[in-house]
Design a protein around this ligand. Sequence first.
Ligand code: KG4
Ligand code: ZN
Length: 390
Amino acid sequence: MTKLSMKILSIETSCDDTAITLMEVKGNINNTSFKILANFSNSQIKIHAPYGGVFPMLAKREHIKNLPVLLEKVLKCAKSNFSQIDLIAVTYGPGLEPALWTGIVFAKELAEKYKIPVIPVNHMEGHIMSPFGKHKGKFVINLKKNMFPMLALLVSGGHTELVLMKNFGKYEIIGKTLDDAAGEAYDKVARMMDLPYPGGPKISKLAEKLRKTKLLHEGNIAQRDGASIAIRQQADMRVESVQQLGFSLPRPMLYSKNFDFSFSGLKTAVLYLIKKIGPLNEEIKLKIALEFENAVVETLIYKTIKAKEKYKVKTIIVAGGVALNKHLQREMKKAVGKNIKLLFPEKELTGDNSIMIGIAGYLQYIKNKGKIFKLSKIKANGNLRLGRKS
Ligand code: KG4
Ligand code: ZN
């Protein structure tokens, strides 16, 4: 059974961030209080940057190096020791398997040595819960019945999914990317334009710069907003782009009947465009960034709004690294309208972090009435999907 108040150590190593949190938690699934006691992480962005993406074996090596250092910092900062930890939550998938195993092995070693139960956490469930958390201090999560169904648009470097949540722990993936993730497309297009990794923030900065200039002042691109994206015709959008920029890019799968995405064709369209144009000057880089970002954001919004209407959702969550995108945030707000709750995580909880793993871990723990997992059963699963067992 669950204790009144618990201390949870949560560990995240699914990709290129090593993160450990210690939090104090109490309450039930409808009213849970959290207090962050200590939270430390280590980003490997600089190490992977020369490869233009995350290099799994390097990530593994870094996690192994970082984990004990972070743990020591966490315990010191929280003035805690192992005898006070009641539960360890660790990400077991999806992600890079060599990276996932480092966190799992680390968690199991601690569990065996100090006799602490371990709860395996789905990284995507963590992202879904991330808007409910805070990166420091105290917060309360109150998942009320009238907030469901929820719809989560999960957009990162590894994932692009639309997840329907009928209740906490009850998931259905209603749409997913058939090829590249949205963040991955940003990263690849940035590389084509000689911009450093990760490309999302760089492209977004260029696009924002052009949006604010007088260059687009009288045109429709600058004024095209979220509220109209869901009903716009792709052909109209592309005509406007050609009028103002001299070219246009496809909004992939906009009119497919399902909620799937595809970004690889868009990426190839950028490649052909760059080949056709030849050496890129600053002005054309701004234009490509703008049109590419518009194409990605319009596609994400269009599908999210269609899903919202079909499933009559009450709450929309946007999470994962791409949720930091200003244009996506702004236009999604307009598209969603006033009657729906729209939630984005705090900046610190948008990318991969261990706070979201602690939250999802604890909620699963109480949902499962304190079920203890056999350590030998906890294994990394790079392709783990939400909703398989629930
Ligand atoms: O969630 P995350 O930190 O790591 C995983 O992929 O799991 O997401 C990183 C991704 C990268 O592809 C990065 O380019 C993208 O999120 N990203 C952005 C922005 N900030 C980060 N994409 C678009 N606009 C941004 N502002
Ligand atoms: Zn992630």
